[in-house]
Ligand binder design. Sequence first.
Ligand SMILES: CCCCCCCCCCCCCCCC(=O)SCCNC(=O)CCNC(=O)[C@H](O)C(C)(C)COP(=O)(O)OP(=O)(O)OC[C@H]1O[C@@H](n2cnc3c(N)ncnc32)[C@H](O)[C@@H]1OP(=O)(O)O
Length: 235
Amino acid sequence: MTEQTFNYFDLPIGESPEPTPVSEQRRELARELLAISEQLVRLDADESALADYTAQARALREQLESHGHRSMRDILGRLITGQGSRQDALDMAEFEILSGPASPLSPPMTLWLDGDTVRGSATFGRVFMGPPGKVHGGVLALALDMLMAKTQDFVTGLGMTGTLNIRYLAPTPLNTEIRFEARLNRLEGRKLFVEAKVFAGDTQTVEATGIWVSARGDYRLRDRFAHLAPADQPA
Ligand SMILES: CCCCCCCCCCCCCCCC(=O)SCCNC(=O)CCNC(=O)[C@H](O)C(C)(C)COP(=O)(O)OP(=O)(O)OC[C@H]1O[C@@H](n2cnc3c(N)ncnc32)[C@H](O)[C@@H]1OP(=O)(O)O
């Protein structure tokens, strides 16, 4: 059977292909490392125990360093020509900060399309704390950036965050499932206007608007999302 190949511009934002055995293991490792980070916050251990843990962590880091890293340049080179392997596509997605399941800096936050809405979900532990017991506002800004960027799945074109406006309405609790939703507001040439909300239970805690700017060429709605164009704006 021929191996499936992947194109960079067709990869859904913030979602990974089916994991390879290597990726399954990377994810498990990342979950352990995040769990360790959670344990370290205000860990009530004595100096000698901490010195012992430091030596163990240093030994693990040295072992990890002996492997090197798959080349981003080579991976991108293959993906941009549509010749990326599943592992290449996984390497692009699964280390994304906050959403990548193989990143120890991710709760992880999951992102998916639900009709015309981008949805997200995450439970933030104590490493993500800002005010006591609450999620850091900067972490929510990052989460919104990841979420709102995924509205680019509705269009052709890919760009960077140009502007992000955030209004914090109420504190967002730690250790609680937090729900996110984003919608495309409108397209204007190279600009994509996006709005988003964050909820803890029934309480909306954050609202945001943002503008994404396409790296090259105007954004255009993909055929299956043509209905998102306002009546006075062609797809
Ligand atoms: C190898 C293959 C690569 C393929 C392609 C990759 C693409 C990318 C991948 C993304 C990978 C993940 C990304 C993670 C999310 C980040 O973390 S993104 C990082 C945070 N954002 C940044 O660093 C962006 C920094 N800013 C910039 O690089 C440049 O200012 C920008 C945004 C690219 C725009 O520069 P520019 O291309 O020179 O655009 P410019 O001609 O000035 O303006 C074009 C239009 O956009 C408007 N505009 C410009 N800047 C802004 C702004 N900041 N806000 C609002 N509107 C703006 C202008 O007013 C103008 O509007 P019109 O006059 O046409 O109505």
